[in-house]
Design a protein around this ligand. Structure first.
Ligand code: NDP
Length: 240
């Protein structure tokens, strides 16, 4: 039976690329999204991958979502890609508590929510692959991103702990920390800021979605069974 993979934030950007690659590789894929119905419908029309809307920051919403995915796919989730994430940038001295909380809930609590819901069945099956999307800015920090960097660094600690808890059960848990990748998220960066960022990347360019998807494809493979608790940095050679 083909493995079932769920990608959160999986209908556009990096998550969309991962979902497409997983489907091409033969997995049975489901994609979650939040509010961008038009993007999700376009993705579904192009890929025939089933799409499910829920808010990853809300535990009950995740529980309903996972139940719906398992019912449609007729099985429990073997591979979870926690990819959904947002930014609400600002210098800390101007940051509203609401921006802090929204980013914490969406990027970090979401990872707890989703892992908590899939880990039991994975432990029973003695198989699982979990990939948590961190970021270069969680590893090295970034001006205006104390909220975002805190979540992405938090994901690394969470990943290491869950990897230890799961190691004896055939479940691997790894983080991927992309550098700057061309998506809607980075399209929002001001041109002058973008030029400064590119100047600091040894490869002199933003990364491509496929350069992340390819790494995820490796980490979820059944044969990547001895790789757990790592953070794979994919960032064009940025010093960390
Ligand atoms: P995009 O902004 O292009 O897409 C974000 C995705 O997350 C969308 O599908 C969005 O859904 C979904 N999402 C956002 N909030 C929620 C929510 N509350 N519930 C469910 N889904 C939600 O992001 P990217 O593709 O650029 O980034 C993907 C991940 O990679 C993020 O975790 C990001 O932090 C990380 N990353 C990105 C980098 C980059 O350079 N792009 C660099 C390093 C890390 P909807 O379509 O409905 O809005």
């Amino acid at each position: 039976m083909k493995k079932i993979a769920l990608v959160t934030g999986g209908t556009r950007g990096i998550g969309g690329g991962i979902a497409r690659r997983l489907k091409e590789a033969g997995y049975r894929v489901a994609a979650n999204y939040h509010k961008d119905v038009a993007a999700a419908q376009k993705f579904h029309a192009e890929t025939a991958i089933p799409i499910f809307s829920w808010d990853v920051s809300d535990y009950e919403s995740c529980a309903r979502g996972v139940e719906d995915v398992c019912a449609m796919m007729e099985g429990s989730i073997d591979i979870l890609i926690n990819n959904a994430g947002i930014t609400r940038d600002g210098m800390l001295h101007k940051m509203e508590p609401s921006s802090w909380q929204l980013v914490l809930d969406t990027n970090l609590t979401s990872v707890f929510n989703m892992c908590r819901l899939v880990i039991g069945p994975m432990r029973e099956k003695k198989f699982g692959r979990i990939i948590n999307m961190s970021s270069v800015n969680g590893v090295k920090g970034q001006i205006g991103q104390s909220n975002y960097s805190a979540t992405k660094a938090g994901i690394i600690g969470f990943t290491k702990s869950l990897a230890l808890e799961s190691a004896s059960r055939g479940i691997t848990v790894n983080a991927v920390a992309p550098g700057y990748i061309s998506t809607d998220m980075t399209d929002a960066i001001r041109e002058d800021v973008r030029e400064k960022i590119v100047a600091g990347i040894p490869m002199g360019r933003f990364g491509k979605i496929d350069e992340i998807a390819q790494a995820v494809l490796y980490l979820v493979d059944e044969n990547a069974s001895y790789v757990t608790g790592i953070t794979l940095n994919i960032n064009g050679g940025q010093y960390l």
